[in-house]
Ligand binder design. Structure first.
Ligand SMILES: [Zn+2]
Length: 113
């Protein structure tokens, strides 16, 4: 459900950047999306198609770069990939951890003309 607001914010940012660059058309938008954000690509794609109508970003390709959820164990200090239903350190079984990756959500770059 929150994809609509996310897509709107993303589009606003892209249009602002494109305008600053004096672009006539936005060709591609490269997005980095962490697994933990729960953002569904299809939804962003759908909202983008509809929100970008009549803007210079209309028809731009969206490219998604997913980021796996990574955690650091507070007990043994090892890094590991966090699986959805497995909230324990695979090295020592510890359940105290810090999320170090997977919450990313940003526009990495845009390609304009
Ligand atoms: Zn551990």
């Amino acid at each position: 459900m929150h994809e609509l607001a996310i897509t709107q914010n993303m589009l606003d940012l892209v249009l602002k950047k494109a305008e600053e660059a004096g672009a006539k058309e936005v060709k591609r938008i490269n997005l980095v999306i962490g697994e933990m954000t729960g953002v569904v690509e299809e939804c962003v794609q759908f909202y983008f198609g509809f929100l970008s109508q009549g803007t210079i970003a209309e028809g731009a390709a969206l490219s998604f770069q997913p980021v796996a959820t990574q955690a650091r164990c507070r007990l043994c200090d090892k890094l590991f990939e966090l699986k959805e239903f497995d909230w324990a350190c695979p090295h020592c079984g510890g359940k105290e951890m810090e999320i170090v990756a997977g919450k990313e959500l940003f526009v990495e770059s845009i390609e304009v003309e």
